[in-house]
Design a protein around this ligand. Sequence first.
Ligand SMILES: Nc1ncnc2c1ncn2[C@@H]1O[C@H](COP(=O)(O)OP(=O)(O)OP(=O)(O)O)[C@@H](O)[C@H]1O
Length: 297
Amino acid sequence: MELRIAGAGARLGGRWVVDGIDATPPPGALTGLLGPNGAGKSTLLRLVAGLLPPDAGAVLVTDPDTPATSGAPTTPVHLLPRRRRAQHVALLEQDSGAAVPLSVREVVALGRTPYRSLWGADPDDAAVDRALAAARADHLADRAWSTLSGGERQRVHVARALAQEPSLLLLDEPTNHLDVSAQLALLHLVHDLGVTTVAALHDLNLAAAHCAHVLVLDQGRLAAAGPPEQVLTPALLRTVYGVDADVLTHPRTGRPVIALSGLAPGGPDGSDPHRHADDGALAGTRTPGSGRDEEDA
Ligand SMILES: Nc1ncnc2c1ncn2[C@@H]1O[C@H](COP(=O)(O)OP(=O)(O)OP(=O)(O)O)[C@@H](O)[C@H]1O
């Protein structure tokens, strides 16, 4: 599914927490949604999922009922009928860990709800088992959900999202609680799925290593967008996160590796790291390929 975020904004609590975002995540690939706490990542994911109608602009997808060849995204995602949307868009929310009295298999089967007939029959009996196996959670299938660890729950949430067989997959901090091997397995899985995926990530090195494209939010606005090697520069990391970092090149993969060296001057002690806005690297919406590289020269 193709996705276009066109000037999308959300006002919550009387202020714009997502403000005029323009972005076109590449279809069939993983886009990382980056930015400090409170930057607006979860809110943008809820806009993209169609759960929150935009207060400005639009989030457009290709109409799932028309052939893929029919052109650019033009259908507002929040206007898709609920069942159609649930068949095409899956959102794994952050810390969705309510204590429900269900088995793991039953939790994953919730992802099949949009496909069930009026009588509750699933047209694809094997979908739950496939999703459990893909998320490396098959060994947990018969466990009670309430007894799982944080990382085990996260795998089950991933399995539930996969059981939806979405064409747009939205993940809010999906690597949270996962051990390092499970993190890599998840990102390889997403890569192999070939589904348009947007994932909010706090681990910049995971994003740098695995994302085709990144969007960096700062105080609700798009600070930068593009391939990680163009976007994740020392100047951007200082401006958006208030940290000093060197960006190296991985000797084997050629991908960027971010080596943090500390808080940037002005950032420690809870003071506002955004005071570096005057260094010329911040401000306003950046568009893909807007030449951030030169800013580090
Ligand atoms: N319902 C709401 N009412 C008022 N303010 C809200 C509401 N939901 C979110 N916010 C505020 O909007 C801002 C963006 O929140 P959001 O959860 O989207 O950020 P985030 O980038 O996902 O943060 P984190 O990395 O900490 O998860 C925050 O300042 C948050 O307090």
